[in-house]
Design a protein around this ligand. Structure first.
Ligand code: NDP
Length: 325
């Protein structure tokens, strides 16, 4: 048996219920993972509210770290007792234990703890592919990264610095600004107080940036396009303020033949070799100390709703995890 968070209707944090579930034996190709820590991510809120559709009732959560307790038929790359972590699909990580397709599991190096893995697999692998694969950045390039003091954001500030990329971050408070700078952002803009597109022009001598990483969506999309230099790349990778409204492709042309992509982690780690390479790259920068994972909020599993309230009301900084025991 396992305690798990389930929801049977979409809505606010109150729809999340703690229930007892029978985990059962793992099926062919599956492994049972007993979690030591569980990642909380903004995508969990999209599923809970119904922005991302999900058959109900359902579990929630896409990221966890723990120990393999059992393996099903045909599973070869993990064994009972292995320390493992996973991110990105299927929902159901908010649980003490669960069965997952073994193909999504990565064995943890000894120097990566469970809490760090649960906090960083999803957010850190996202930063990895966004910086290394979605865009082709060179040292000296300048990018704009929204929500720079969030979970994804604080990892991005540090990793961009490692690559010699100047990251201009946006944040909503002075406390968050200080945190982003402390983690390596070259400049920070408080987008509640300042017009971020005007400020980006000022900081780049009117030129604009090569890439904008926009996870805010509705509230920032048009302003983000205004920050790009000709042939620049708009990376729209989230909707924290709501989905981006429909727009005409001519908006890209009039601003200088811009490029637009709407990527998601699951496609970048769909092939086993990409998952392993992306995770290895992440574990490498964590082990070297170049990227420190800021776990700034810890909650008990039964307090998942509280974790959601804090995340969606912009109270959190860095990463949040749930502790199942
Ligand atoms: P964060 O810790 O970054 O939290 C979201 C932040 O967004 C808030 O702290 C807040 O920062 C900012 N924000 C701006 N407007 C709003 C709003 N209206 N409501 C709530 N927050 C707002 O979350 P994560 O690190 O988990 O995720 C960051 C983003 O990256 C999310 O949009 C997520 O969906 C996306 N993502 C996309 C992936 C992909 O592959 N496409 C994978 C992983 C994450 P501030 O107060 O400073 O404005």
């Amino acid at each position: 048996m396992s305690k798990a968070i389930r929801f049977s209707r979409t809505g606010g944090p109150e729809v999340l219920e703690l229930v007892d579930v029978d985990v059962g034996a793992p099926g062919p190709g599956e492994a049972t993972v007993r979690h030591e820590a569980i990642g909380v991510n903004f995508i969990d809120i999209y599923f809970r509210t119904g922005l991302y559709p999900q058959a109900l009732p359902s579990g929630l959560g896409q990221e966890g770290a723990g120990t393999v307790e059992a393996v099903g038929e045909g599973v070869t790359h993990v064994k009972v007792g292995d320390r493992v972590a996973y991110a990105a699909r299927p929902n159901g990580a908010y649980a003490q234990a669960r069965n997952v397709p073994a193909g999504i599991l990565v064995v943890l190096p000894d120097n990566i703890g469970f809490e760090t893995a649960a906090a960083a697999m999803l957010q850190g692998m996202t930063v990895q592919y966004l910086l290394h694969r979605t865009a082709h950045l060179k040292p000296g390039d300048t990018v704009l990264w929204h929500a720079a003091a969030g979970g994804v954001g604080l990892i991005a500030c540090q990793w961009a610095k490692v690559l010699g990329v100047n990251l201009i971050g946006t944040v909503s408070s002075e406390e968050k600004a200080a945190l982003a700078i402390e983690h390596g952002a070259a400049h920070v803009i408080n987008y509640k107080r300042e017009n971020f597109a005007e400020k980006v022009r000022e900081l780049t001598n009117g030129e604009g940036v090569s890439v904008v990483y926009d996870s805010i969506g509705k509230d920032t999309f048009t302003g983000s396009l205004d920050c790009l230099k000709p042939l620049g790349l708009m990376v729209s990778f989230g909707n924290a303020s709501g989905p981006v409204p429909a727009f005409a492709p001519s908006e890209l042309q009039s601003r200088g033949s811009l490029f637009l992509t709407r990527p998601t982690l699951v496609h970048y780690v769909a092939r086993r070799e990409d998952l392993e390479a992306t995770a290895r790259s992440l574990f490498g920068v964590i082990a070297s100390g170049e990227v420190k994972v800021a776990i700034n909020q810890r909650y008990r599993l039964q307090d998942a709703g509280h974790a959601h309230t804090d995340l969606e009301s912009r109270k959190t900084t860095g990463s949040s995890i749930l502790l199942p025991h």
